[in-house]
Design a binder for this molecule. Sequence first.
Ligand code: IMP
Length: 431
Amino acid sequence: MPNVAVIGSQWGDEGKGKIVDWLSKKADVIVRFQGGHNAGHTLVVNNITYKLKLLPSGIIRKNKISIIGNGVVIDPWALLDEIKQIEKLGIKITKKNLYIAENATLILPLHKELDGIREDSKSTEKIGTTRRGIGPAYEDKVGRRGIRLMDLTSKKNLSNRIDMILFHHDSIRKGLGKDKINKKKLIKDLLKISPKILKYSQPVWKKIEQLKKKNKTILFEGAQGVLLDIDHGTYPFVTSSNTVVGAAYTGTGCGSNTIDYILGIVKAYTTRVGEGPFPTELRNKIGKIIGEKGNEFGTVTNRKRRCGWFDAVLVKQSCIVSGINGIALTKIDVLDQFKDLYVCIGYKLNGKKIDYLPAALTDQFKLKPIYKRLNGWLENTKGIKQWKNLPKNAKNYVNFIKKYCGVKISSISTSPRREDTILLKNPFKKI
Ligand code: IMP
């Protein structure tokens, strides 16, 4: 069976959980490759609710291998806590069903603290991060002073690595009027938990190669969304990792011939959490209704999500930069009650028409959407499982998105329940 990557194609929160859950049932191996515990999704299986942040979705199913790749930043305390919570629900997590890349970078308490200081500071622009230390940890990784999982294997090596990182962070802290980091305590705290986490440590690239040779089906589970990508998103209002499909290769070492089908998850309208440009945002009653009906609250931070009309320009761009083969359209039922629906098909910028997201932030804030009005369907679509049962105007809406973005629709989700899905193309069926 082909290997599939699932990529959020807007600003995250597209409803990946439900799709990934469905796909992870069919896959043998489920891999996270970027982000950290800023991601979050809730899975309901056999009436039990599992809240996952760092652990791949496969972890809750028997006989699956879950992998956390080197592209993920791991807060070891948060991970051990998550493992504990999931084990309480009757799931066994061992070195046989969880592999963690030995070269994955760790998030330390100093990263979390710095993330919070920057967010609270009046002198810098607030990004609206999840305050989990994601950005500062990735900065240290790229700055070649990060602490990686394998560094926990030797006290001497760890001490040297900590000197490197503290040389940098203590200088910053001094400037911010904060105390120096207590090196002894940090080493002690890390060594205390190291056996609990090192037992999952593996050369993940090698494991994936072995699994490929055994013809195992692999599902790559992206976190966040393309518009939060560090290069292709609404920079600087983005996360600190690449969220496009390329990150699946670099974030695991699986080789560029591994992924056969890239599934983009796209919500039938648009949402974002945190700050940043959002051309089709509806700061009115319609936005409020969408938020309430779509239950648009963040899984990790419980923040209210901003809501707006479908932005086809952005989704088309996401499909191009992430090589998306098929769209899984989610939450179409949330639009049931609107007589008129608007889809953004271009922007006006300084009096000129453009059909893409300009890179300059100042321009992104100035964009005025050009809308195409489509008739709503004013019928209940909740629970519909077959294309033929969708109202005519709902079919028009879906077809419009397909045509504008130039990508086939692989499924349409009509409620949070896994079975309420119109399946048009099974990503795991031969392409
Ligand atoms: P960070 O990833 O915590 O640094 O946050 C940077 C930006 O990405 C903020 O706007 C967050 O709200 C957003 N973000 C991070 N993770 C997610 C996610 O899983 N879903 C939606 N937005 C996210």
